[in-house]
Design a protein around this ligand. Structure first.
Ligand SMILES: NC(=O)c1ccc[n+]([C@@H]2O[C@H](COP(=O)([O-])OP(=O)(O)OC[C@H]3O[C@@H](n4cnc5c(N)ncnc54)[C@H](O)[C@@H]3O)[C@@H](O)[C@H]2O)c1
Ligand SMILES: N[C@H](CO)Cc1c[nH]c[nH+]1
Ligand SMILES: [Zn+2]
Length: 435
């Protein structure tokens, strides 16, 4: 990890957006699923996943059998995490409100959950049970009655034909309350969720990460359904002063570097002594990491130690970076909190190591990446509800404000709008004939 002056730093990271060939492939898959339904899903499972899938839906027995395949420590940790995530997201719930005014007018906002949501869970090693909880629980807390999960079939399990799914993923889904699960992955799964097939009824929104085919398919069906943001590679910025423990800072940087070769891990500090210690620690800790290759590449390509002149400069730089995760390893982290404008999740002090948030504390780990924390938020309960405005206007208010409404309508050249008001004013006793 190089030490460079913060003022000279420019983040240059190419995030894969897919080639025209990817886009064509995804478009073709979507059209085929719309045309051939379940049969297309089975054909693609054979072609891409090398699995002959019989029943697409995971049965209640398979779900139950999954519990026998996970150990007690995993289940107990998962349940602890789920309880915390649920409790945190409960606090985000909004209620409908109505404002009855003395004139008799009532205005309000009705908040309703989406009816049916699809959760994509990637196949293979990228399938994280923690992400199943983070995506499904806010939907459940929002009151979404139908949360459906899709995930690619694996070559092993679920009988001789294969199509099994990692039992840890199934258990995480069951613990979150997801009961409807299909063994289908890739762009074909996204198409099935958006348009429906014989087995899979369409949803209103699709959430969850996946590879380039999944991401492009989500983009392609946006508008038919809603989608969440398309998450980029993980990022962490550690803002530290001379009081920070370099062993902790290095460990936290590597916790995100191991996600992905494109992940970015940066230290921002005004202390050269700390910068040099963290630099040495990162190298030392890298040696024993099982995912050393991935983490080393991420650190080499997208890691940096940014040396600044002051805490003020550090804060300004962090706000410019708008990182997905920000740790404040400084003597008084709470004093800095109010000055952080852009960050997906902010971890305060020595004991708030980033993985505490990834797994257990309760806040969501699906966070804005790639500088989008400037304008977007962590996945939350609001992502699974919609709002309707309610207008119950009184006669008194219509008579009082009809002229103003007609003035604005006629200014816009919309005479029919004006007349909808005018006919009422004439009928209800207002003497306001404006032609
Ligand atoms: N941002 C996050 O929080 C997060 C978390 C976990 C995983 N991820 C990402 O999820 C992705 C997981 O990728 P994955 O591939 O292991 O699982 P995946 O489930 O996203 O994709 C597997 C599917 O891709 C399709 N596919 C594969 N090759 C294809 C081809 N040539 N043409 C058309 N379709 C094809 C197949 O249908 C297969 O089922 C990674 O990119 C990882 O970075 C992100
Ligand atoms: N840090 C990742 C999001 O950037 C989420 C995650 C899942 N498992 C571990 N970490
Ligand atoms: Zn993580």
């Amino acid at each position: 990890m190089k030490i460079i002056p913060g003022a000279e730093f420019k983040l240059e990271r190419e995030v894969e957006v897919g080639t025209p060939a990817h886009q064509e492939a995804v478009q073709r898959i979507i059209e085929t699923v719309r045309k051939d339904g379940d049969e297309a899903l089975r054909r693609y499972a054979l072609e891409f996943d090398k699995v002959k899938v019989g029943e697409l839906r995971v049965s209640a027995e398979e779900l139950e059998a999954a519990y026998a395949q996970v150990d007690d420590a995993f289940l107990s940790a998962l349940r602890g995490a789920a309880a915390n995530i649920r409790a945190f997201h409960e606090k985000q719930k909004r209620t409908s409100w109505f404002d009855l005014q003395p004139s008799g007018t009532m205005l309000g906002q009705v908040v309703r959950p989406l009816r049916r949501v699809g959760l994509y869970v990637p196949g293979g090693k990228a399938a994280y049970p923690s992400s199943v909880l983070m995506n499904a629980i806010p939907a459940m807390v929002a009151g979404v009655p139908e949360v459906v999960m899709v995930t690619p079939p694996a070559t092993a399990g679920a009988g001789a034909s294969g199509g099994g799914i990692d039992p840890h993923i199934l258990v995480a889904a069951a613990e979150a309350g997801v009961k409807e699960i299909y063994r289908v992955g890739g762009a074909q799964a996204v198409a099935a969720l958006a348009y429906g097939t014989e087995s899979i009824r369409p949803v209103d929104k699709i959430v969850g990460p996946g590879n380039i085919y999944v991401a492009l398919a989500k983009r392609a069906v946006y508008g038919v359904v809603d989608i969440d943001s398309i998450a980029g590679p993980s990022e962490i910025v550690v803002l530290a002063d001379e009081t920070a423990n370099p062993v902790y800072a290095a460990a936290d940087l590597l916790s995100q570097a191991e996600h992905d070769e494109l992940a970015s891990a940066m230290l921002v500090t005004a202390s050269r002594t700390l910068a040099e210690r963290v630099q040495a620690e990162v190298q030392r800790q890298l040696e024993t990491l099982p995912r050393k290759g991935i983490a080393a590449k991420s650190v080499a390509d997208y890691g940096a130690i940014l040396l600044v002149d002051s805490l003020d400069e550090a804060v300004a730089l962090v706000n410019r970076l708008a990182p997905e995760h920000l740790e404040l390893l400084v003597a008084e982290p709470h004093a800095l909190l109010g000055r952080i404008e852009n960050a997906g999740a902010i971890f305060l002090g020595t004991y708030s190591s980033e993985p505490v948030g990834d797994y257990f504390a309760g806040p969501n780990h699906v966070l804005p990446t790639n500088g989008t924390a400037r304008f977007s938020s962590p996945l939350n309960v609001d992502d699974f509800v919609k709002k309707s405005s309610v207008i119950s206007y009184s006669k008194q208010d219509l008579l009082a404000n009809g002229e103003a409404i007609m003035t604005l309508a006629r200014h816009e050249g919309l005479e029919a709008h004006a007349r909808a008001i005018q006919v009422r004013l004439e009928q209800e006793g207002g003497d306001r004939d404006n032609g």
